[in-house]
Write a protein that binds this ligand. Structure first.
Ligand SMILES: Nc1nc2c(c(=O)[nH]1)N[C@H]1C(S)=C(S)[C@@H](COP(=O)(O)O)O[C@H]1N2
Ligand SMILES: [Mo]
Length: 318
């Protein structure tokens, strides 16, 4: 059993990255020895939310072998305006955010709809690790080892009808629990959406974990979207609603500044932000003196996604 009781973990032992690397070695050894390792749904629902609870997951051919950013970098340099606009705010202000109980409403054009407890929402699906590059529209990037459910599995589970052309996601709107929502810096709740073709592509996941453990609050617990070929702002955090809709929804950053942030938001070094170039990016954790690295078209995921945009004018549909 890979799940430690929280009382067994002393703070001094919390070296998340080491635990994770050890467990990975263990899993890989199992695979090498020919034991069929099947990821079962193993979402430790009953553990106190702040426990660093381990998840069980399978690996994926879509993971990059680039070295991941450290746990420290991924959990202290965040964008999550519900908890403040400074990069250090989410880590500071989201510590006491309660992610249990948590319900997700599924509605719109689908055969299966309703309100689901998070655990029932996650349970039917096997967890996978996906180590993905993440490119923020602000021209920095990281490599993040997520654990989550392929979005295509979830979409199929709810059986959208032919009228469903887009999947809309909404974050929690609760100014009492999310102090940043008392500011009007964005229109709340945060909203993001994908076309059905994008949502059923192999790459997007709904993440519930990071570095093999339950997702920290500042990274969007208990459930956040990850779409690695799009700018980071498409990766909506703290999801409470998933709607199958017919017309293209207006999304948060598009509403805030439509000339700067589009619906598609595909990573594209050839289409600049009106106020800065998108040609290069700074990998978080690299030395301040290290040269920036070139940004890749579709963030390097063209093999999986380029066909989604054949014939689309990417300069217009940015
Ligand atoms: N609800 C919500 N989701 C959000 C944001 C936000 O402010 N609110 N910020 C987005 C932006 S701009 C980025 S770059 C990523 C950052 O994810 P990370 O902090 O886990 O790296 O989250 C995205 N998801
Ligand atoms: Mo971002």
């Amino acid at each position: 059993m890979l799940i430690q009781k929280p009382s067994d973990i002393r703070p001094s032992e919390i070296t998340s990255r080491d635990n994770y690397l050890n467990r990975r070695r263990f899993l890989e050894a199992g695979i090498a020895a020919g034991s069929a390792f099947v990821a079962g749904p193993a979402f430790p629902a009953l553990l106190p939310q702040r426990a660093r609870a381990a998840l069980e997951f399978g690996s994926s051919e879509y993971s990059t072998d680039e070295p991941p950013n450290s746990y420290e970098e991924i959990t202290t340099y965040n964008n999550y305006y519900e908890f403040g606009t400074d990069k250090a705010d989410p880590q500071r202000n989201a510590q006491d955010f309660e992610t249990r109980p948590w319900t997700i409403t599924v509605d719109g054009h689908a055969e299966v709809t309703g309100r689901f407890d998070l655990d029932d929402f996650v349970k039917p699906h096997a967890l996978q690790e996906r180590i993905y590059r993440m490119r923020c529209v602000e021209a920095w990037s990281m490599v993040i080892p997520w654990v989550g459910i392929p979005l295509v599995d979830l979409v199929r589970h709810f059986r959208p009808t032919a009228a469903a052309k887009y999947v809309l996601f909404e974050s929690l709107h609760d100014p009492e629990r999310m102090p940043g929502q008392s500011s009007r810096v964005l229109r709340w709740p945060y909203r993001e959406a994908l076309t059905i073709a994008e949502a059923t592509n192999v790459l997007p996941i709904l993440a519930v974990g990071l570095y093999g453990e339950v997702l920290p609050n500042q990274n969007g617990a208990p459930l956040r979207l990850v779409v690695p070929w799009k700018y980071g702002f498409k990766g909506i955090k703290g999801i409470v609603r998933m709607s199958f809709v017919e017309t293209q929804p207006r999304t948060t950053w598009e509403m805030a500044a439509p000339n700067e942030y589009g619906f598609y938001a595909n990573v594209n070094p050839g289409v600049n932000h009106p106020r800065w170039s998108q040609a290069m990016e700074r990998r978080i954790g690299s030395s301040l003196f290290a040269p920036k690295q070139p940004t890749l078209m579709w963030n390097g995921y063209g093999e999986q996604v380029a066909q989604l945009y054949e014939g689309l004018d990417l300069r217009r549909n940015f």
